[in-house]
Design a protein around this ligand. Structure first.
Ligand code: G4P
Length: 527
């Protein structure tokens, strides 16, 4: 096996996602503790934007600043090189999370046992399903009273549209929580809320029927466990690694991140089954990670908010081959060679300059404005990775120039902020006015603040009433022409000149969809 193949095979790059407060940060930290990447709990600053901070924009930016360091957390575990991609918890930054998922080879979804499947979880899993990303589900907070396990699994299957197969099973809940039975390895993992769980606490049993189980958890709980396990075998389809890797079945684990319970089992199973770096489609072919030649794409751009260092970091997922420092690479969109003297890798909470990185890894490249989200870098071949989707935004405002002397600065600022993926820009067809579309209110503040402080430009917003923006395409030219004419006041162009329909209301959208049957209405930019 070549050195390149050996290195690539060691990489496991994944994201932990959840609805805010389900326990993503706590779980991440426990993984890092197991990996020895940090020594004490609380050592990793949370990338989470606290709910209390939503009205305080600068506080949020401070927290976003922290998230540069925690954007990727690498650690070694059982000889593997593991990269956790962190994602902002705040829903107004959901687009950031969606894009980060394109750089993950697999995903662990954390669900709160009491709250079940929440809104953000649904959206995030929908994005994973678009690419058949393998998903492991971790049901957290078993130390608290929550939903019945079977009910919860049914809810997961229905709301997330995935097939599941439990690989562990809880014994009791809340006050009565005794631990979990590891279906995969036939072991009883007993709960104690002392934060010091280790594998040696797992009692190996030959069979769940054995009397030993009664002695440990009591006859009532043991009988219930046996009954439930029988049902598990009947209800859920056979688990196989192949099906998991195809994104067809999701293994389920139960535990408590805060109490460090069930975490090592999860991590051990993850390293055994999680996918290696995966091939990726570009516009000319499918690129294998083992290709000798380097290629990668930008999935995230982080601006430095410190006025003294106005640089940005472009996060590049390496798709194939080996990336080396101070080597010329082709920036395909600009058809320009670039080299990077300080590429950065991320180890837990610190950054360091690296000489080499391999397919599966993420490198941070300092950028003075060359990159936009989705850009491809190669060793010379001209191709582009597709598939960094934009989602149809949910909030819209006209953006106007508030200082006519600074038009140039304003346009440059808007352009660059859109390249970073802060929001989406549309230009109305009938009056040429610019519209900013976002997923959350916060982005408007971010844009206004940054235009002022980074570009010396001022903007003003004007509210508008739009329900949804969707991209429209059609094979039927005549119908498209008719549609565009009749809906002239609702038509806009996106940044790439594509047609966008701005529906005033759900009713207007449904009406248009019903009437113009030859037109396709797309809710993500990936079509
Ligand atoms: P997030 O990143 O998904 O938003 O969640 P985070 O890990 O920050 O956890 C949210 C809250 O849930 C935290 O409490 C955390 O301590 C708690 N938590 C996480 N795992 C468990 C668990 O297994 N059992 C119980 N009972 N609680 C858990 P907090 O009070 O909001 O924050 P903090 O002050 O503890 O940081």
């Amino acid at each position: 096996m070549s050195k390149l193949t050996e290195e690539i095979d060691l990489r496991r790059t994944f994201a932990i996602v959840s609805h805010p407060d389900a326990g993503k940060t706590t779980l991440t930290e426990k993984f890092l503790l197991f990996g020895g990447a940090i020594q004490t709990a609380g050592a990793v600053k949370s990338n989470k934007i606290k709910k209390t901070a939503t009205s305080d924009f600068m506080e949020i930016e401070k927290q976003r600043g922290i998230s540069v360091a925690t954007s990727v957390m690498g650690f070694d575990y059982k000889g593997l090189k593991i990269n956790i991609l962190d994602t902002p918890g705040h829903k107004d930054f959901a687009e950031d999370t969606f894009r980060t998922l394109t750089a993950a080879d697999s995903v662990i979804v954390v669900i709160d046992v009491a709250k079940g499947v929440e809104e953000q979880t649904e959206k995030l899993v929908a994005v994973c399903k678009m690419r058949d990303t393998p998903i492991i589900v971790f049901i957290n907070k078993l130390d608290r009273f929550g939903k019945d396990a079977f009910d919860l699994l049914t809810e997961i299957e229905q709301k997330l549209g995935i097939s599941v197969h439990p690989l562990s099973w809880p014994i009791g809940q809340g006050e009565e929580f005794q631990g979990v039975y590891n279906i995969y390895e036939k072991g009883l993992n007993l709960f104690s809320a002392d934060n010091k769980q280790s594998v040696s606490d797992v009692v190996k049993i030959a069979d769940v029927q054995s009397k030993e189980v009664d002695e440990i958890v009591g006859t009532e709980a043991a009988d219930l466990l046996r009954e439930e396990l029988e049902l598990v075998e009947v209800v859920y389809p056979q688990y196989t690694n192949e099906k998991y890797l195809e994104g067809k079945v999701s293994p389920i684990f139960f535990g408590s991140a805060l109490n460090n319970f069930g975490i090592q089992e999860l991590l051990d199973c993850f390293v055994r089954i999680a996918p290696k770096p995966q091939p990726k489609k570009c516009d000319t072919r499918v690129v294998s990670p083992y290709d000798e030649k380097f290629s990668g794409f930008v999935f995230k751009i982080h601006a430095n908010m410190d006025p003294k260092h106005r640089d940005r970091i472009a996060f590049v997922k390496i798709v194939s081959g080996k990336f080396s420092r101070n080597t010329n690479y082709l920036h395909v969109r600009h058809n320009k060679k670039l080299k990077f003297s300080n590429p950065t890798a991320f180890m837990a909470s610190k950054k360091e300059v690296v000489e080499d990185a391999f397919a599966g890894d993420i490198v941070g490249l300092y950028d003075s404005g060359n990159f936009k989200i989705g850009d491809t870098l190669t060793e010379g071949e001209k191709f582009n990775y597709s598939g960094i989707p934009s989602f149809s935004p949910e909030q819209f405002k006209y953006i106007d120039n508030a200082d006519p002397m600074k038009t140039k600065q304003l346009n440059k600022g808007i352009d660059q902020l859109m390249d970073e993926g802060v929001a989406q820009l549309f230009t109305k067809v009938d009056n040429n006015r610019k519209i900013i579309g976002t997923v959350g209110q916060l982005q408007y503040e971010v844009i206004q603040y940054r235009l002022e402080h980074e570009y010396n430009a001022k903007c003003r917003y004007e509210s508008m009433n739009i329900f949804k923006a969707c991209w429209v395409t059609s094979e039927d030219e005549a119908q498209m022409k008719d549609f565009k004419l009749r809906k002239l006041h609702n038509m806009a162009k996106d940044k790439d000149g594509r047609d966008v329909f701005l529906a005033d209301s759900r009713y207007a959208l449904e009406l248009a969809q019903g009437k113009y049957t030859e037109i396709e209405f797309h809710f993500t930019s990936e079509f």
